[in-house]
Design a protein around this ligand. Structure first.
Ligand SMILES: [Zn+2]
Length: 489
């Protein structure tokens, strides 16, 4: 996932030594002159087959030529000598690393201080605003490298009551007792009123490849949807709505939907409950058609790889290399190679494969999602490789999902990846990765191995290993389809 080269290399003044043309030696991590952590990794690259020592201790040289050592620094100056040799000649680099516990204090500009204050204080507001295309709501005002935790997307044309602002977010009141945050760019001040209204009739029936549930409303209200397991159902809370749905038409021709029901969970919060027939869902969407709130539940595909349409996403691309390994392997290339291997196997089994990118090109998250949505894929797998932690040990695989309904698909992937002997870095739930957000099709993110781990880098540098990974991904898909079939009996 991570962008950029592992560790910035600041060698000026911190390093000297001799390098022979025959015995290459490059320090790619840990060469910096001042550090603030006692545990320090030095990572270097030479030619495969050479030997390496760091301060006299032998460091294993991998087939990629990478080697690493963990140092326990003393406070003050530490002399580190890195020696690589091909048996006849050697190359030496001397590092001079200064370790201090005291990080320098950074002085803030007035502008930065103002911005920080802006982000930390909730200022009251009182106006109405209308949502724009692409808008989403967050539970809180939190943030991390992938953004704040999303409640979900909301349609355009919904009037929100704005009661506060904090940094780039507005705080909106959804109902008497429910609040959310929205990025400012998705709201436009409006003179339209926020209303509490009565719900109208429902219609439930089959519509082509979908089951369609429609709730009529006199105006567009904010909503929040999610899935639940045991029993598997889709729930939609409609804010500012009171039950007056005295007519729920059910044609009983639905393929996925067992029955619908509702619950008035607060005096102005109306919950639509859509119970599914099986344990698994194949995607759904919630959006307005005029003022009708429409939930479309996608019918199950054939449940064999033959005939299924599968989306595959190779992470990063173009000017975004993703993580770069010690020996210079780029995550974007590894991801694409793995995707191509999975594609070949799936196509051999009769599946149709839709790729977000098939070349080394830049692509926004929005463009990737559009490809899969437009193609109406039956499910989607995004392939990445990770970075971080110790370069000396294997870090392992992890698989991530956002919606609990995709948990089992992710678990199947994780099981098959760890079968290769990979450590279990974890099954990650509620992951805030953009490509895990869509509900229109099941989706998971694989972080196959760590680019930054030297033993894993060795595997990733071996193209035949990509085939092994691909085989496991396809087995996991077959495991999943088997489970889905079983649950329908
Ligand atoms: Zn990545």
């Amino acid at each position: 996932m991570k962008k950029g080269r592992i560790g910035m290399v600041l060698l000026m003044g911190a390093m000297c030594g001799t390098v022979s043309a025959e015995v290459p030696l490059e320090i790619v991590r840990g060469g910096r002159d001042t550090v603030y952590q006692q545990k320090h990794y030095v990572v270097g690259v030479t030619k495969a087959g050479n030997t390496a020592t760091v301060n006299g201790e032998t460091a294993k040289v991998y087939k990629t030529g990478s080697f690493a050592a963990e140092l326990n620094l003393k406070e003050g100056t530490n002399d580190v000598e890195v020696v690589v040799s091909d048996g006849a000649e050697k190359a030496v680099k001397k590092l001079n690393i200064f370790y201090t516990k005291q990080r320098p204090t950074k002085l803030m500009t007035l502008e930065q201080a103002k911005l920080q204050l802006d982000k930390s204080v909730l200022k009251p507001c009182d106006f109405n605003a209308i949502s724009k295309e692409g808008a989403y709501i967050q539970y809180g005002d939190g943030d991390d490298r992938l953004g704040g935790s999303k409640m979900g997307f909301v349609d355009a044309g919904i009037v929100f009551k704005v009661i506060g602002e904090k940094g780039g977010l507005y705080k909106v009141q959804l109902s008497q007792n429910r609040y959310a945050y929205m990025p400012k760019e998705y709201l436009e001040p409006s003179s339209e009123k926020v209303q509490t209204v009565n719900t109208g009739s429902w219609f439930v029936g089959k519509d082509g490849k979908y089951d369609r549930i429609s709730l009529s409303l006199p105006c567009r209200l904010p909503y929040h949807y999610w899935t639940e397991l045991d029993p598997t159902r889709i729930c939609v809370d409609v804010f500012g709505a009171m039950d007056n749905s005295n007519w729920i038409t059910q044609l009983n021709d639905t393929e996925m939907v067992d029955y619908v029901d509702f619950k008035q969970v607060d005096s102005d919060v109306y919950r639509m409950i859509i119970k599914l027939k099986g344990d698994y869902a194949w995607g759904y969407s919630v959006a307005y058609e005029k003022n009708n709130l429409v939930v479309k539940v996608k019918h199950a595909p054939a449940l064999t790889l033959k005939g299924m349409k599968i989306g595959l996403d190779a992470g990063h691309g173009g000017k975004h290399p993703g993580a770069i390994s010690a020996s210079g392997l780029r995550e974007k290339d590894v991801n694409l190679s793995m995707v191509n291997e999975v594609k070949a196997l799936l196509e051999a089994k009769g599946a149709t494969v839709v790729l977000s990118r098939d070349a080394d090109q830049d692509m926004t998250m929005a463009d990737r999602k559009k490809v899969f949505k437009d193609a109406e894929v039956d499910l989607m797998i995004s392939i990445h490789n990770n970075s971080g932690g110790s370069p000396l040990v294997e870090m392992g695989s992890c698989t991530a999902y956002k919606h609990v309904v995709n948990r089992e698909l992710a678990a199947k992937m994780q099981n098959r990846l760890t079968e290769l002997g990979h450590k279990n870095f974890g099954l990650i739930g509620n992951f805030n990765f953009s490509l895990n957000a869509p509900t229109e099709y099941p989706n998971v993110l694989l972080e196959v191995l760590f680019m930054s781990s030297l033993p894993e880098e060795e595997k990733l540098a071996d193209k035949s290993y990509h085939k092994k990974v691909a085989k496991q991904v396809v087995l996991a898909l077959e495991d999943y389809l088997k489970d889905v079939k079983k649950s329908q009996k």
